[in-house]
Design a protein around this ligand. Structure first.
Ligand code: PLP
Length: 379
């Protein structure tokens, strides 16, 4: 196997889930397996974790199909936008549709009526993301329609927060829409109020609620018990990473990833010789340069050039010179480094937060960017 690989500690993921569950019970937990399980490798994570999940969330229908083809039998919600022509896939693979528009709901009803089949759906309410979903002020028509659909079973209703991880928005005074400054962040409490408005339409109709009402992503799972309803949808938190640096850590989780490699080449570079493309790094004295067989095509961001650090033989060293597509160098100074020595790119004291800072991005992108060329090893 390739010396550069990603080690995934499945038991840690299970522990993270157990800790989340302990906090949110009796609410159910939807485990998010989109984007290759946030880069962890869905083929290893899904079979291991599915028995402990109440529901699984994916972004696109293709991810749901992949899980079904693996034999995963847990209910799967496709949370993202769906095109009408993808509706047959939901029937064939028993996937739950996010009914995010009147048109999509109508298409689903029409298709299922013709096919004489039923589809499960969760109504998607847009309370402030302005991404997909029907706004709270137009939700009544969606609900009316949903009540007349004979072939669509409305099992759930949900919304998604734009700023649930922002500590400064914690427990603000109740704001009414009229008083909000155009520059203010859309607060999760405002979004929750809007969601409540929609839920109350059901109450007025004296119809029962869809039995799965859900809203909480990781930030809200940590900070807003009032948003748990019947189910929570923590993504990054399940993977052991907090959605913001200063967030109150009301649930303990740990990352499950160790990104490993081995030194592929080791040389002493003479003082003043530029290292790598663009000669962006030069040593001031003779220096040990270790070459590591991993590059930006593996998801080791080029933007971390001259900023990242790596652990070699248990000690941290600065990355040196332009990160290439398939390799990068590190400056080990006067230390002895041999071909085959152990390297850690993530883990061993290097956190997803560190990589995010060096790359100028967030932890989500760091994890989901680790490419398919990096084998996943599940422990
Ligand atoms: C990705 C996603 C989540 C999880 O978000 P985190 O910030 O990782 O917790 C929850 N709900 C929806 C609809 C999503 O797309």
């Amino acid at each position: 196997m390739r010396p550069t690989y990603l080690e995934v500690n499945l038991n840690q993921l299970k522990q993270n889930l157990a800790n989340i569950r302990a906090r949110v019970a009796p609410a159910k937990v939807l485990v998010i397996l989109k984007a290759n399980a946030y880069g962890h490798g869905v083929d290893g994570v899904a079979p291991f974790i599915a028995p402990f999940a109440d529901y699984i969330g994916v972004a696109i229908v293709e991810e749901g199909i992949h899980l079904r083809k693996m034999g995963i039998a847990t209910p799967i919600l496709v949370m993202g936008g769906t095109l009408p022509e993808q509706i047959p896939d939901f029937l064939e693979f028993d996937l739950t549709l996010a009914a995010s528009s009147l048109e999509l709901l109508e298409s689903a009803e029409r298709y299922c009526a013709t096919a004489k089949k039923r589809i499960r759906a969760h109504l998607k309410i847009d309370t402030g993301m302005e991404r997909i979903g029907v706004r709270e002020y137009e939700a009544e028509a969606l609900i009316e329609k949903s009540l007349s659909c004979k072939h669509v079973e409305i099992e759930g209703i949900f919304t998604h927060f734009a700023n649930s991880e922002v500590m400064s928005l914690r427990a603000p005074a109740k704001q009414s829409s009229a008083k909000i400054s155009p520059l203010a962040l859309t607060s999760p409490s405002l979004q929750l109020e809007r969601f409540e408005e929609v839920l109350s339409i059901y109450e007025k109709r004296s119809e029962p609620h869809p039995h799965l009402r859900h809203a909480a992503n990781s930030g809200a799972t940590l900070l807003m018990p009032e948003s748990y309803y019947d189910m929570v949808r923590p993504g990054v938190l399940f993977y052991g990473v907090y959605p913001a640096r200063n967030i109150e850590k009301t649930i303990e989780v740990k990352t499950a990833l160790t990104w490993r490699s081995k030194v592929a080449y080791s040389k002493v570079t003479r003082s003043g010789r530029g290292v790598s493309y663009g000669s962006l790094w030069r040593s001031e004295a003779e220096s040990r340069i270790a070459t590591i067989p991993c590059g930006y095509a593996d998801g080791y961001f080029r933007g971390m050039t001259n900023k990242a650090r790596v652990v070699i033989n248990g000690k941290k060293y600065p990355q040196a010179g332009r990160i290439c597509m398939d390799q990068f160098m590190a400056d080990a100074g006067v230390d002895e480094i041999k071909v085959g020595d152990d390297v850690i790119l993530l883990g061993g004291g290097i956190t997803p937060e560190d990589l995010a800072d060096w790359a100028g991005t967030n932890e989500y992108e760091v994890m989901t960017n680790i490419s398919a060329r990096v084998p996943r090893v599940f422990t």
